[in-house]
Design a protein around this ligand. Sequence first.
Ligand code: PEP
Ligand code: MG
Length: 747
Amino acid sequence: MINVVQELTRILQAVSHADTAERQVQLIVSSIAQVMGVDVCSLFRPNDHGEMVLTASHGLARAAVGRAKLPRGAGLVGLVVQSKHPLNLPQADKHPSFHYMPETGEESFRSFCGVPLISGGRNIGVLVVQNRKQRRILESEEAFLVTLAAQLALLAVQIPVLEQSDLTASRRCTGIKGAPGIGIGKVRLSAIEQLSAIPDAPCEDSTSATQEWHRLLQTAKRDLAAEKELLGPTVVEGVGAIFDAHQTLLEDPTLVQGVENRIKAGNWLPGALREVIEKTSEMFLGLDDPYLRARHEDIVYLGNKLLAVWRGKSRKDTTLKGPLILVGAQVSVSEIASVPRKQLAGIVCFEGSALSHTAILANALGVPAVMGTGAIRALRDGEELIIDGTQGSVILHASDSVRAEFVNLLRGQRVIDAKLHMLKDEPAVTLDKVLVRLLANTGLLADIEPGLKNGAEGVGLYRTEIPFMIHDTFPTEDEQVLVYRQVLSAYAGKPVYMRTLDIGGDKPLPYLVFEEENPALGWRGIRFCLDNTSVLMTQVRAMLRADENLGNLHILLPMVSCTEELVAFWELLDNAFQQLIEEGVAVRVPPVGVMVEVPAAISMLSSWVRSTRIDFLSIGSNDLSQYLLAMDRNNARIAARYDHLHPAVLREIRRVIDLARKENLPLSLCGEMASDLAAVVLLVGMGIKTLSMSAAKLPRVKSLIRSLTFEEASQLATEVLQLDSASAIRQLIKTRLATRTEFTQFG
Ligand code: PEP
Ligand code: MG
């Protein structure tokens, strides 16, 4: 009898050391064959034509892997796909559906058990075990296979189905649309390598390994210095300091001598490095001081970077020339900020969704991005990649004709951009003269310029957590004044809605690490700030000081759910105001508004208007959808289900619009919905007059609004509100706007 949990744990542990997903799958099939004592274990995966390709096998002819395939629906494997449940046959060769594949050498096998691999409701493969002897696979063994198939599905979904003929042809990996546009550039792999997966191994020559270690340190230092240098005058706030901190860590004796000692003790260099990095980061994690505790992130980052350099991915090999595409499991804010905007042709993240901060930043910068592709392990630093953010796909090893097609599309995109640019100074007004105000969402100083360039009439959402996230400690009051002042003065005379620190949930601070079971429902936004009043007081003082003699600051509060939070904030704001007046600073009390993103806020709005003060509202449709639908906005597995056009979301937005009108409160919407053209038609039709979005999306939204009448938008919104599914809503909008190039081409 197989101990399922024990064997599963053992297999998964062994698998975690394999360095490619393909090898992991091969290891799983071999381990299953061994544990179950069967002659064959194979994995079949469907290709684009629905044929089932043998993609890994223990026991069948090695040469058949990637070659042998069953026509759609054929054979016992086809039967498993169709029935969606296991098929267990003691004498498979007598079954009418048995399909003999000569290239696999399977003629001598009798018993067969196949279980389907399902991901996102669709079949992504069949796991098969076979035996020479005629014997029925036991029920407990079948259960073991089913359990493993569920794990294997999680892994297999990340691996493209490779056939021998594909190895040199173009390969397309599909992910989630992160930010639109086409990019062609050289891959720059994220420095985030997996040092934790490196095993121990004997060191054959400790003297030369120690010398190699010192050379490695020197190369890493040179790389860091070169990266910092390359930032030059375009350095984005705070990023330079991160490089300095990393240089210091590279000289720390705990690291330098620690690795030497582990090499002397007999471990090979990467194993010695892993040991020291793990021990040091654990030590930092155990500290009480949150600032020191957060250093563990830097240690892990550096460890992974050193591994990357050791593997030959030294930055000097991938000089920052020509267009670049950043690729990694996650691509950090500082990595994005460290590449000059003009060179950044795209971002590919194996994890995450359209609402990850990486995608939001990419949108803000107008850089195409594809998220949640699953690991694309075949990629090498410096090789060319094509990214299609509009379709959500990535193309590797493009053939000449595929490449030419994308070069054409890219040219077309530039023509459209030029056309849209001509609208820069025109108002976003419907054909029947209803004016909509379009503002920009920002967070990096780097995206102030795109907002202005695209005609933003102000900043509708300044995400202050972004400057906090790329710093290595909490920024001081003076540092914050400097950054906020740049934003407020760049938009002098136009409103700027600055949101107080909205960290927690999907927006962690690298220097404040805390674990939560349920971070989306945890210590975040205003809740965090009101428990850390000195952080909030410093920030509010910085905002008020930055606004001196400008007067365009508006303060926006995130994640508000109850009256006490508003009362406490007003008390703090009054206090900050008094302090600054006493210090002789000519400050004013700015308008204060609330993000409508926790559903409770909707029912509370009228009470808040009566019991405390609110000057305006802004709907945060990203979180509002997340909480109304109870769907994690960053979870790639449910990204296809998460849709802000869900009727429940639209009906609640309608309710907010009615309440805002009744209470006479100015209302805007600043989530990603404001740049989804299908949603824009409805929002305008429902009566929203201010939309705030990534600067890069602004021209497209403007051109669409200018092509509509308010009357038709309003009529469409009324019809849509009667429908009961997001897909029906999208379909109706698509049908109605099918002839509008502003919708079909610019979307
Ligand atoms: C939102 O939740 O819609 C929003 C605008 O804020 P963020 O995406 O930063 O949470
Ligand atoms: Mg939010």
